[in-house]
Design a protein. Structure first.
Length: 380
């Protein structure tokens, strides 16, 4: 088991009716005015917006609003929000939505103090402080509600990059799973795949951190079982709650304890896919890449992947585990190939260039250009 440092400063309020507490929590922190960051309108349709603003009003917290953060959020929108937040002299960011909204809000909180937030993304500047960040989560997937990451796409350079900093952890996140009943199943399934991928990015690193591996297996199995139940009944609150909490835990530091930094090769490849085609959701891209990655690497080192197959899918080998995983994803209606995602064969060289340009692929299983090419062909 590797040495590790675990520090997660985010306070979580979890469960039905917790959104009503957002105003009092901010008032207690002496926040007079915040910027409410939101997406394309889902929070108006499912009542989350009303709950949030009623609570702010009741507690005398003033706010301005910035709408229109898109899935796979962009730098242009982020810059616009930073400028608005400065003009309005807000004291905090309140992000209400899925991972894209949360990431944009978190990055804006840091960008508030920087000349150019993108410089922090490309390593030419550092985040040293941020406005206090509050979130109300409406889609369980990314773990953004309890981690220090913010993923943004620069449409000009076609780069999708993750910025990580201790200053990007939300001060408070509210997770009310019942507000996720309004999600189309496609988003629930894609979120479940993303959460599983966060677990799998750590899982194969070593086999000595037994407590963490056991936690990770339990989380992955809970994610699969809860998603199956939600496919049958989207209003199953217990399944929503277990999926939500498992997704939060999947990327809040716990799943990596003793397993080092993790691999993150599949995430790097997926980020290039959704940078090339922003309509592709992160979870859908991972659902195509991850099984192929396991298939490819397990041929070289089957033993390393056999525990995964046995513990998570009750299968005797990695080959059967991968088959089982693909069957599960297709049963959830998810794409299984790059072709299913709408990527054409003549785009593969462009994609390959984008992946290689993004840096070393994989921290543990380092993949060179030729290997990535084989992997892309495997999932085409
Ligand atoms: O924009 P609105 O109208 O809110 O609609 C959203 C969006 O269209 C909708 N939605 C959210 N909650 C809903 C809802 N619709 C109905 N009912 C609800 N309760 O869902 C759509 C997708 O939302 P999005 O926020 O894009 O999804 P997700 O949470 O999967 O976030 C994906 C982004 O997070 C990044 C991804 O790369 C991607 O950009 N990631 C962030 C990470 C992190 N911060 O740690 C790690 C991840 O690996 C990932 O890279
Ligand atoms: Zn992810």
């Amino acid at each position: 088991m590797q040495s590790f440092s675990f520090h997660n400063p985010t306070k979580v309020l979890f469960g039905e009716n917790q959104i009503a507490n957002i105003g009092s929590q901010m008032k207690r922190d002496k926040i007079d005015k915040c910027i409410l960051v939101a997406g394309g309108g889902s929070i108006k349709n499912n009542g989350v917006y009303d709950q949030v603003v009623q609570s702010l009003e009741k507690n005398g917290v003033k706010w301005v609003e910035s709408w229109g953060v898109q899935p796979n959020p962009t730098l242009d929108k982020l810059d616009e929000i930073i400028e608005f937040a400065r003009k309005e002299e807000v004291q905090a960011v309140l992000a209400v939505g899925g991972g894209s909204v949360l990431d944009t809000g978190k990055a804006a909180a840091a960008g508030f103090f920087l000349d150019n937030i993108w410089d922090a993304y490309i390593g030419e500047d550092r985040v040293t402080k941020a406005l206090p960040i509050y979130t109300v989560l409406t889609l369980s997937a990314t773990g953004s509600e309890m981690n220090g990451n913010a993923v943004i796409t620069n449409m000009d350079t076609k780069e999708k990059i993750c910025l990580s900093s201790i200053h990007l952890y939300p001060k408070l996140s509210i997770i009310d799973p019942s507000v996720q009943n309004s999600l189309p199943f496609k988003h629930t399934a894609s979120g479940a795949m993303d959460a599983m991928a966060h677990i799998f990015e750590y899982y194969f690193v070593n086999d000595t951190a037994l407590s963490t591996l056991a936690i990770n297996e339990a989380l992955a199995k809970t994610i699969i079982e809860s998603t199956d139940r939600l496919q049958a009944n989207p209003a199953d609150l217990n399944a929503r709650s277990n999926l939500a909490w498992s997704s939060t835990l999947a990327l809040n530091g716990i799943t990596g304890a003793g397993l080092g930094f993790g691999d993150w090769g599949c995430h790097a490849i997926e980020h290039a896919i959704s940078a090339l085609r922003p309509h592709i959701s992160h979870g859908e891209g991972l659902g195509v890449i991850f099984p192929a990655w396991i298939e490819y690497l397990s041929e070289k080192d089957p033993m390393r992947f056999s525990r995964w197959a046995k513990e998570i899918f009750s299968e005797s080998s990695a080959t059967f585990g991968v088959k089982h995983m693909r069957l599960k994803l297709s049963g959830w209606g998810m794409p299984l190939s790059l072709r299913d995602l709408g990527i054409q064969q003549d785009e593969l060289p462009i994609l390959l260039d984008m992946i290689v340009k993004s840096g070393t692929i994989g921290n543990v299983f380092k993949l060179g250009r030729d290997e990535i090419h084989i992997l892309l062909m495997l999932c085409f």
